[in-house]
Design a protein around this ligand. Structure first.
Ligand SMILES: C[S@@+](CC[C@H](N)C(=O)[O-])C[C@H]1O[C@@H](n2cnc3c(N)ncnc32)[C@H](O)[C@@H]1O
Length: 247
């Protein structure tokens, strides 16, 4: 997984351009969840696994006091540069989501774009403990995760542009139902105007959770847990879910 968040960090926003364009809708929905579910006013937010800050910066634009935390310094370098360019004040911290030592500091903790699925059956409990420690009483934890159908048909190919470079991205996705793993191999080809190509092969592995499993796991740690669909109450054919948990 690491190449995507290290050597390719500068290309992350380009690879996920279409997702970056959706972020305002995601934060609209999150604000709706704040209004519906939070038991305290949300002012201060910790965005865990914040990456290059796509959602973190949108939260800051809307006036929240935001801290972003990520494992990879290369992702944070991109995030800090974008914040500076926009004149947004966001603190970006390098660290492991499992080891953050915040104590009752945040009204909400967020974790966007399937980052929660990097945690498996054992580490997800450590994650929930760490999140709970960082939240004030009545604070909210919100994280989105994909439906296992996400594997879809393979390969998935798309292309994007970054300046005068062209990126061709090819994903081979495979669901292992017995182990509930989504594995993917991703080939990222960066083509320069002179035709020269740099190619990177990236492996990744995500954990698949059904809405019921996530509700049961989070229910061991949080007072109230609800699973939403993508932008609304859970529906039978949702392809993305939102965990909303109250400390
Ligand atoms: C799919 S990206 C999502 C980034 C960002 N949340 C977004 O919405 O664009 C996953 C991120 O999780 C980070 N990550 C993975 N494991 C982590 C951990 N244990 N602690 C903190 N960040 C982690 C990676 O460095 C990467 O930036």
């Amino acid at each position: 997984m690491h190449e995507l968040y290290t050597v390719l960090a500068e290309y992350y926003d380009t690879i996920y351009r279409r997702r970056a364009e959706r972020v305002r809708d995601e934060i609209d929905f999150m604000e709706e969840l704040f209004r519906k579910e939070a038991e305290r006013e949300v002012k201060k937010i910790l965005d865990l696994a914040c990456g290059t800050g796509i959602p973190t910066l949108e939260l800051a634009r809307r006036g929240y006091n935001v801290v972003g935390l990520d494992l990879h310094e290369e992702m944070l370098t991109v995030a800090r540069r974008k914040a500076e360019r926009e004149g947004l004040s966001v603190e970006f911290i390098q660290g492991d989501a499992l080891e953050s030592d915040f104590e009752e500091e945040f009204d909400a903790i967020t974790m966007f774009f399937s980052s929660i699925t990097y945690f498996d059956d054992s580490t997800i409990h450590e994650l929930f403990n760490s999140v709970k420690r960082g939240l004030k009483p009545g604070g909210l934890f919100i994280a989105d995760f994909p439906c296992w159908h996400y594997g879809g048909s393979s390969p998935v190919v798309w292309d994007e542009r970054k300046g005068d470079e062209r990126l061709i991205i090819t994903d081979w996705r495979e669901v292992e139902p017995a182990f509930q793993k989504l594995r993917f191999k991703r080939l990222v080809q960066i083509v320069k105007p002179d035709g020269s190509v740099r190619a990177f092969m990236v492996d990744d592995e995500l954990n698949i959770y059904t809405p019921r499993e996530m509700r049961l796991l989070a229910g061991k740690h949080f007072r109230k847990v609800k699973i939403y669909g993508d932008g609304h109450e859970l529906r039978p054919n949702d392809r993305r879910y939102w965990l909303v948990a109250v400390k």
